[in-house]
Design a protein around this ligand. Structure first.
Ligand code: ADP
Length: 427
């Protein structure tokens, strides 16, 4: 740019000199032709030469003005130097800089999701259709104080943002946008969770208080009724106790989720222990639990946590596996393609119960989600068992695979990192 400007002014200088000389020559020639004397041509030459030089100066001043305007415009567009651009590009949240007319002079990559690609040089109102933000920009351009504006974008799904809008000393407007979607979702989940937990507790509590009133009133002297009411109260109290225990487990596991275990445990023995604990429930349902014979399988894990995982899954297989059901437990090993380490051991718990509708499978590990709420409650379920399973498996850097065919049954397979030392020793 600098070289071409210098070239252009040198050219203008030559052009001026050439013009002056040709004007002198031309005016002398005309004067000689017109007057035939040497004095008049000299004066005429001087007058015409001065006039043409004045003309040349005027035209040069005009071209200087055009150049200045041109470079002022160029300055507006490239007002952010490239070093600053590359620094701003590193900001991983949307960032826009607008000139004094509301035109975008810088948009980093992170802002593309908000204003689309190629937003630079466009007016902000052409790429962002959020009235509250545009109105704030207008206020700031008019000299207003910095503002924080919360806004939502609904396409294609709902996103929540907060924009901080401020003006710098040169009058440029800086718009920094924070994506609050994850924080908002977490808040919504927390509110839902508290509402669900209170609702789950309120139902058995209402039953217990109702029966206390009945026992104090007309059933006071009715021994058989008293026995049956006390039995119901005990069941409801048990449900509240389980719910509180599950809520506490979930909180404890969530707090610990980013702290992976380092000890080694044998999953085969954990499965045998879990089956022994649940044997009375299986017998009550006349369900048989078949555990495939297997040598110890050592995984990296926490014994108490994994006991809870397999008790929950086995309990579900018994609960939802139908009366006179048959639950089968298998073990195996899976290599992890492309990953170093000892691969994963897996435990598959298969029942032949009612199965799970396809669309419900992705939601099973959500807190309080049940396919059939009434049935889950009848069987003493809290709706938290699989949420606990998911969090524990996450902590173990494992994986839960749920396969089901309605009417045929379900298989819940837990993959856990195999312990390296044992794996090498067995080779
Ligand atoms: P719950 O306490 O209700 O059993 P879970 O979180 O353990 O809660 O399970 C959530 C829901 O998943 C259950 O209510 C049930 O609808 C479904 N489910 C879980 N395991 C099975 C299974 N083995 N067969 C059929 N449905 C199941």
């Amino acid at each position: 740019m600098a070289t071409s400007d210098a070239g252009r002014s040198a050219l203008n200088g030559w052009r001026g000199g050439f013009l002056l000389l040709s004007a002198l020559a031309a005016s002398g020639l005309i004067a000689i032709i017109l007057s035939g004397s040497a004095m008049i041509p000299t004066i005429a030459m001087a007058v015409i030469a001065l006039a043409s030089f004045a003309l040349h100066l005027a035209s040069r001043r005009r071209s200087f003005a055009i150049d200045a305007a041109r470079s002022a415009r160029a300055e507006d567009i490239t007002v952010i130097p490239s070093a600053a651009r590359s620094v701003l590009e590193c900001v991983d949240e949307p960032l826009l800089v607008l000139d004094r007319t509301g035109r975008i002079i810088f948009a980093n990559k992170a802002s593309q999701g908000l204003v689309g690609p190629d937003a630079e040089r466009k007016r902000i109102s052409a790429v962002l259709r959020t009235p509250e933000v545009l109105e704030s920009i207008d206020r700031i351009l008019a000299g207003g104080e910095p503002e924080d504006i919360a806004f939502s974008v609904h396409v294609p799904v709902q996103y929540h943002y907060e924009a901080h809008i401020a003006r710098d000393r040169a009058g440029l407007v800086v718009l920094r946008v924070r994506d609050l979607t994850a924080i908002r979702r977490a808040e919504e989940l927390r509110v839902d969770f508290v509402a669900n937990a209170s609702h789950e507790l309120r139902t058995p509590l209402a039953a217990v208080t109702g029966f206390i009133d009945t026992l104090r009133g007309h059933a006071k002297d009715d021994a058989p009724a008293r026995e049956s009411f006390l039995e119901i109260m005990s069941v409801e109290a048990g449900r509240m106790r389980r719910l509180i225990e599950d809520l506490l487990s979930l909180t404890r596991i969530e707090l610990n989720e980013h702290n992976p275990p380092s000890s080694e445990v044998d999953v085969v023995s954990i499965i045998h222990d879990a089956a022994a604990v649940l044997a009375p429930l299986a017998q009550a349902d006349r369900t048989t639990v078949e555990i495939e014979p297997h040598v110890p399988l050592s995984v990296v894990g926490d014994r108490d946590d994994l006991t809870q995982v397999f008790q929950n899954l086995l309990h579900n297989a018994i609960k939802y596996g139908g009366e006179r059901g048959h639950v089968r437990i298998r073990f195996g090993h899976a290599e992890m393609p492309g990953k170093a380490g000892a691969g994963q051991h897996y435990v598959a718990i298969q029942d032949h119960g009612e199965g799970i509708p396809r669309e419900a499978i992705p939601r099973l590990t959500e807190r309080f989600y049940r396919v059939d709420v009434k049935r889950s409650r009848e069987r003493g379920g809290t709706g938290l068992g699989l949420a606990i399973v998911k969090h524990i498996i996450n902590r173990h850097q494992g994986r839960l695979l749920i396969e089901s065919t309605p009417g045929e049954g379900s298989t819940f397979t837990v993959f856990l990192p195999a312990a390296l030392a044992r794996q090498e020793a067995s080779l």
